[in-house]
Design a binder for this molecule. Structure first.
Ligand code: PGA
Length: 248
């Protein structure tokens, strides 16, 4: 399976010109990679940059979606709009959106809406902090169970699970996760998926890592078994993004 590298631009950059530069830079990088796919996830407003994408190793993603397909909701974006824009992956459950009030139920509705419309999901999970008693493990388990309620075995192949411990994300990160921590969590996530959906379906799910990914830790995490990486800050700087892609 190709490794997938998600470029999560979050609410950046501030201008269309910068967005065009980063997009074109990512596009050029994609021409020289093998066994990897870049999924560029700009803010909704800049999605049109990827509308006519036809290159092999780069796809367009979105950072969220409204979990309904009819009626009117001021300020929201429907999955049909994303589809028309050539989006193929949708990030849901990111901790920065959970902190705005998106519940497990809301995330579950987003997942079902996206899968019904035949797009792929990047399902973010992760604990706020690691406690001595390892209660964070049941926290993660609960996020998975609630997020994937009523998802079918068959739909599972369209889901990527992104382990993103909140303490490792963004400029306030305490530290990145170690490769050992990632291996443990990946095994744990697979076990939960296997209990829920059976081992065969569970094995079709990619488990990727996100949180302060950079060119110094990318290879370690990939070697530890990450099926891909979710990159925030360093996806906005083409030199840094290139260094990540070249590191493994
Ligand atoms: P970061 O963000 O790489 O800037 O830590 C990752 C994410 O939140 O998706």
């Amino acid at each position: 399976m190709d490794k997938i590298i998600i470029a999560n631009w979050k609410s950046n950059p501030k201008t269309l010109k910068e967005a065009q530069n980063i997009f074109n830079g990512s596009l050029n990088l994609s021409k020289n990679i093998k066994n990897k796919k870049i999924i560029v996830c700009p803010p909704f407003l800049f999605s049109f940059l990827g509308k006519n994408l036809k290159l092999k190793n780069i796809l367009l993603g979105a950072q969220s979606v409204f979990p309904s397909v009819s009626n009117s909701y001021t300020g929201e974006v429907f999955v049909e709009m994303l589809k028309d824009m050539n989006v193929s992956y949708v990030i849901v459950g990111h901790s920065e959106r959970r902190s705005l009030g998106e519940s497990d139920e809301y995330i579950n509705n987003q997942i079902k809406t996206v899968l019904k419309n035949k797009l792929n999901i990047v399902f973010c999970i992760g604990e706020k902090n690691r406690d001595q008693n390892a209660d964070f493990l049941s926290f993660i388990k609960n996020q998975i169970i609630e997020g994937l309620k009523n998802v079918t075995r068959n739909q599972l192949k369209n889901i990527v699970v992104a382990y993103e411990p909140v303490w490792a994300i963004g400029k306030d990160a305490i530290r990145e996760a170690t490769d050992e921590e990632f291996i443990e969590i990946k095994i744990y996530i697979r076990k939960i998926l296997s209990d829920l959906f059976g081992p065969k379906s569970a094995s079709s799910v990619r488990v990727i890592y996100g949180g302060s990914v950079n060119s110094n830790n990318a290879k370690k995490l990939i070697d530890a078994g990450a099926d891909g990486l979710l990159v925030g800050r360093d996806s906005l700087d083409i030199k840094k993004f290139e260094a990540i892609l070249k590191s493994f």
